[in-house]
Design a protein around this ligand. Structure first.
Ligand code: TYD
Length: 273
């Protein structure tokens, strides 16, 4: 048996549990196996991702704050909604740290440059860069902000890696498992849902941009299928086809529930949205 096969076998012991529905269960996540229709499997995720030896064990992170991730395919309005949410949380008197991935750090900048020339980047290398970017993001910003009691709101997090690099042929369940070995789990994942054709249209017309290599329509369709298969505690689906205000209000309802559960809101004075 080759080293690859052997390491793949060991990984499966850790990460593969198949539910009654034939879905893969990974540390509390159910990941429908839609990826089977995507391109051929790549090499081991753990190999591409490198070893997590320098990772902060996320269970032991001192965690007084909250981590909220906005996820979804391109063109679902995450960036706009992140700004609206950050403002609203500040009105609640909370200290908010808005952020995004890819980050503006060295790995994130490299990824953004590669968006236009993705074909030049091997899928394993692409996955490695996203994970390295996240390691830095967690160590430099997310973990310290959570320890200081702040509310971190991130535009994309590791569900994007599972969906996008999953659509590129890696196993989404393994990607989630590797990320959760070093990255704190979000208290709330707001998954903005819109049909891929709506996302594509918004990117083309709304932003006046052509689609980058991560955003090609067929690819986005596979990404959307993988997002649709996620079913984790703390993940809330938001209908992103409504108006900006409708989406904002639906997001706020989910966030209010989280704040109330954590006793982080006075619960008064701001109307119904
Ligand atoms: P995006 O949020 O669209 O950035 P911008 O608004 O600046 O264009 O993210 C850029 C692309 O990166 C997007 O198409 C999804 C992709 N992506 C991945 O493929 N994997 C990841 O882990 C992340 C965070 C993003």
């Amino acid at each position: 048996m080759s080293v690859d096969e052997e390491s793949g076998r060991q990984e499966r012991k850790v990460s593969d549990r198949v539910s009654d529905h034939g879905d893969k269960m990974v540390s509390g996540h159910r990941v429908s196996q839609v990826v089977a229709s995507g391109p051929a499997k790549r090499t081991s995720v753990r190999e591409s991702a490198g070893s997590p030896q320098d990772a902060v064990p996320c269970d032991r992170l001192q965690r007084k704050g909250l981590l909220i991730a906005l996820e979804g395919i391109d063109g679902t309005g995450k960036s706009t909604q992140l700004q609206l949410l950050a403002r609203r949380l500040r009105e609640e008197g909370l200290e908010v740290v808005p952020t995004r991935e890819p980050t503006d750090g060295p790995y994130g900048r490299q990824l953004r440059e590669l968006f236009l020339h993705r074909a030049t980047l091997a899928p394993d290398e692409e996955l490695r860069l996203f994970i390295e970017d996240r390691r830095e993001h967690v160590a430099d910003l997310i973990a310290p902000a959570l320890a200081a009691g702040r509310v971190v709101v991130t535009d994309r997090y590791y569900y994007s890696t599972a969906a996008y690099q999953g659509a590129g042929g890696h196993d989404p369940a393994d990607i989630l498992a590797v990320n959760e070995s070093f990255a704190p789990r979000p208290d709330l994942v707001l998954l903005l849902v819109a049909p891929p054709e709506v996302g594509v249209k918004r990117v083309r017309e709304g932003r006046g941009e052509s689609l980058n290599d991560f955003e090609q329509e067929d690819y986005l369709r596979r990404v959307a299928e993988i997002f649709a298969g996620f079913n984790s505690p703390g993940l809330v689906r938001i209908d992103a086809t409504g108006t900006m205000e409708q989406v904002r209000d639906e997001i706020w309802r989910a966030v209010v529930q989280l704040l109330a559960a954590r006793k982080m809101t006075t619960g008064g004075g701001h109307g119904s949205n």
